[in-house]
Design a protein around this ligand. Structure first.
Ligand SMILES: C[S@@+](CC[C@H](N)C(=O)[O-])C[C@H]1O[C@@H](n2cnc3c(N)ncnc32)[C@H](O)[C@@H]1O
Length: 325
């Protein structure tokens, strides 16, 4: 009986997915990934559980975004009110938000109306967080409601969870002017879960992330390089049985890991492909003003995850793409 449970779970999530409204323009989501992540939902917020690595990595995500904004800020929107006081004014989209570890921490930095205007390092005014795994969105919403400040943002619309795919967001923004799209799109530990097949590829997925980003905005993410050291660390050691392993077996497929040079090339290709609207620039022009940032990250016991520039090919790394103006 125990042996057929995973198969039943897979079949149930596939059926739920096939019946869901997302399917209409969804191609990047695999039933195996949905099934795997659904099974992790109940333990998502346990800091010592299977999502421990994501909890530990979270503070560095804020720092890395802050470093991108320090390099270059998205320009003010044409529709933005003039203000002499620095305020949080950036609109975020978190793609593949899971149970909300990053999204909720970012929502906590959005000023409430009761606050005097203040500016945080990530300058968030709002965040929309999406994930195709319905069980994770439920866990994320339930957890967000336990903090009154975050719950207030769920109610005032500055913080939104949606059980939908990236393809749904692309479709919903098709008629939206470029200037009204998201200032920052985040993609933490997701691209290595996107299938490569006739209907889906990480390049197409990255291109869609760039399509929903404003000119001058940043796409910021993290992933894992497909190298021998990362195979040993992320697959052999990290997925070993307890007490050595830190993530459940089957979390990663080494062949889906992405090397920094591949990602950089996809970023360039994606920028050229994302500029496919009638009045938009095409080809090499789309790369003008593009910026690429990339740094390896390593975990130091007792200290946490730190940027270690030059270690990108060893395993985990953070990256960012700025869409040119
Ligand atoms: C390792 S978790 C990362 C969660 C979250 N970004 C974090 O770092 O805390 C990967 C997430 O990607 C989502 N995912 C898998 N395939 C996806 C796809 N094709 N599009 C969007 N999200 C996807 C899963 O549902 C899961 O929540």
């Amino acid at each position: 009986m125990a042996n057929i449970r995973p198969t039943l779970r897979k079949a149930t999530s596939l059926l739920r997915y096939l019946n869901s409204p997302h399917r209409a323009h969804s191609t990047s989501v695999s039933a195996d990934e949905l099934s795997h992540f659904s099974s992790l939902a109940s333990s998502w917020w346990d800091p010592m559980g299977p999502s421990r690595v994501l909890h530990l990595m979270n503070p560095l995500r804020h720092d890395f975004i802050a470093s991108c904004l320090f390099d270059s800020l998205p320009p003010p929107r044409a529709s933005a009110p003039d203000t002499s006081t620095p305020v949080n004014n950036l609109r975020y989209l978190d793609v593949g938000c899971g149970g909300g570890i990053f999204a909720e921490s970012l929502a906590r930095t959005i000023p409430t109306t009761a606050n005097s205007p203040s500016q945080t390092v990530t300058q968030a005014a709002s965040i929309t967080a999406i994930d195709p795994t319905s069980a994770l969105i439920k866990i994320a919403r339930d957890h967000a409601r336990t903090d009154p400040k975050v719950e207030a943002h769920l109610r005032d619309g500055k913080f939104t969870y949606k059980n939908c795919t990236l393809e749904d967001v692309v479709a919903s923004l098709r008629e939206t002017p470029e200037d009204e799209k998201f200032d920052i799109v985040t993609l933490f530990e997701v691209i290595e879960h996107v299938d490569s097949n006739a209907a889906s590829s990480p390049l197409a997925f990255l291109t869609n992330c760039l399509r929903v980003l404003r000119p001058g905005g940043w796409l910021v993410g993290s992933t894992i390089a497909r190298t021998l050291p990362s195979f040993l660390v992320n697959q052999v050691i990290a997925e070993a049985p307890w007490p050595i392993g830190v993530v459940p077996k089957g979390t990663h497929e080494w062949s889906k890991f992405v090397n920094p040079d591949e990602l950089h090339a996809w970023a360039q290709e994606g920028l050229m492909r994302s500029q496919d609207g009638a009045a938009l620039r095409a080809g090499g022009d789309a790369l003008q003003g593009m910026r690429w940032k990339c740094s390896g990250v390593m975990y130091f016991p007792g200290i946490g995850w730190k940027l270690v520039p030059g270690s990108e090919n060893w395993g985990n790394y953070f990256w960012a793409i700025r869409k040119g103006l």
